[in-house]
Design a protein around this ligand. Sequence first.
Ligand code: ATP
Ligand SMILES: Cc1cn([C@H]2C[C@H](O)[C@@H](COP(=O)(O)O)O2)c(=O)[nH]c1=O
Length: 206
Amino acid sequence: MATLVTLEGLDGSGKTTVWEALQDTYPEAVFTREPTNDSWYGDAVYRSIEDDDADSLAELFLYTADHADHLSRKIEPALERGDLVISDRYADSRYAYQGATLAETGRIAEPLEYVVDIHEPFSIEPDLTIYLDLDPETAARRAGSTNKFEHAAYLESVRENYELLAERYADRFVRVDATQSPESVLAEVRSVLEGALEEQSAGADS
Ligand SMILES: Nc1ncnc2c1ncn2[C@@H]1O[C@H](COP(=O)(O)OP(=O)(O)OP(=O)(O)O)[C@@H](O)[C@H]1O
Ligand SMILES: Cc1cn([C@H]2C[C@H](O)[C@@H](COP(=O)(O)O)O2)c(=O)[nH]c1=O
């Protein structure tokens, strides 16, 4: 049954570790990610990540262009086929990260709302978002502070935005404590995902 599952959280929260491990559990699923790593839109995003002086609005629209292409090229066809799609980051990353960046620059009133509204006419809302929750200091340490986003002060604002999103989208956000060992995080994610898929298929049968 067509289902869109997203993994979200701060840099270093363990999303990719979980996403890779889930590939053994769901070999038939479509595993994908944002920023994409198989298109020139994704390449442009990675150039922007490396540019400490990137314009905050230009960066938002680069990420959003990558999302639009990701949707039409990969996500929509997979969902139309009835596949399970598991994405390492998705639109909530934009709401949380670019919401924080735009708030820093003060260029846009209500930046998180602004970013959400840009997506509203064309994006597809996930069925389930597994949010790996981690404190910004541990996240920055695990991520290695290798790019402009991987710093505790910035990640603190990103986490505040994730908290707002978890409240707003409480029907699809499930929080997992990412301070646990990798094995425990994975076991909890597997259990949440299995439960959600069972519930969905029971709903479809009734
Ligand atoms: N539960 C965990 N406990 C301790 N270390 C972990 C845990 N999960 C992942 N790590 C380690 O933390 C680092 C970052 O993990 P990972 O790449 O999976 O995070 P991520 O959320 O995908 O990060 P990013 O968003 O920056 O790509 C890796 O070195 C990984 O081995
Ligand atoms: C999708 C997306 C990502 N980001 C940020 C988060 C990370 O610091 C980088 C790259 O992501 P990765 O998972 O570490 O490869 O980009 C963002 O700011 N906005 C987004 O929409």
